[in-house]
Design a protein around this ligand. Structure first.
Ligand SMILES: O=C(O)C(=O)C[C@H](O)[C@H](O)COP(=O)(O)O
Length: 225
């Protein structure tokens, strides 16, 4: 079985070389641009704005306009109609906490790079059936972390699946995931928690990003492709 990445090579390489997708819950559109700049200043150029707040799509448009170096995707995509909206505003990619066949098919129809969420073997197999090679592992820590993911992937190792773990990651644990050869990047909200965004703590966010990037650079990871 030959699976193709849902992500075009350039996008995959951008995600892999950043190593971290900053997950963001944004309450006010005016926070979008300073937030994106704060992340960039700390060396993080991949972000996911979640559709948990109504301003996410407008925030993404502002970032595309004013901070074009930022690779901005959308998360928490739960319906095919949301896939349409996300593709229309030019998101770089989409993700969801879970696997929804209709959402996946719509993203394929619209050529929106999309990684569905998986946490069990049955979900992995459903994603594989839909032709997915790139998966989001969610919620990573409560499900069993690095040991669980290694076990989960073992029967599928010949398929070359790649996982982006999210859920419960922080400064202490995210590096351990990146040492797995089938993990090109991780994601999470530890760099820019919702409260820090609400309080406009841009220097804190830059410093969290810088520290996270420093931890990655201190390792010597092999090529995870
Ligand atoms: O809704 C989505 O599409 C998501 O991407 C969910 C996020 O991955 C997690 O909410 C991040 O979890 P924390 O880092 O523990 O806050």
């Amino acid at each position: 079985m030959q699976l193709r990445s849902q992500f075009p090579l350039k996008l995959f390489e951008q995600i892999q070389s950043c190593g971290i997708i900053a997950v963001l819950v944004i309450d006010e559109v005016r926070h979008a641009v300073p937030l994106a700049k704060a992340l960039l200043d700390g060396g993080i150029n991949v972000m996911e704005l979640t559709l948990r707040t109504p301003v996410a799509l407008e925030a993404l448009q502002a970032i595309r306009r004013e901070v074009p170096e930022m690779v901005a995707g959308i998360g928490t995509i739960l319906t095919p109609a949301q896939v349409d909206q996300v593709a229309q505003v030019g998101a770089a990619f989409g993700v969801a906490p879970g696997l929804n066949r209709r959402v996946m098919q719509q993203s394929q129809a619209l050529d929106l790079p999309f990684a569905p969420g998986i946490a069990t073997p049955s979900e992995v197999e459903a994603a594989v059936e839909l032709g997915c090679r790139d998966l989001k592992f969610f919620p990573a820590e409560p499900t069993g972390g690095v040991a669980y993911l290694s076990s989960l992937n073992a029967p599928y190792a010949h398929l070359g699946l790649r996982y982006i773990p999210l859920g419960g990651l922080n400064f202490e644990n995210f590096i351990s995931y990146l040492s797995l050869p089938f993990v090109p990047a991780v994601g999470g909200s530890w760099i820019a928690p919702r409260k820090a965004i609400q309080d406009e703590q841009w220097e804190v966010i830059t410093s969290n990003a810088t520290e996270s990037r420093r931890l990655i650079d201190a390792q010597n990871f092999g090529d995870a492709t």
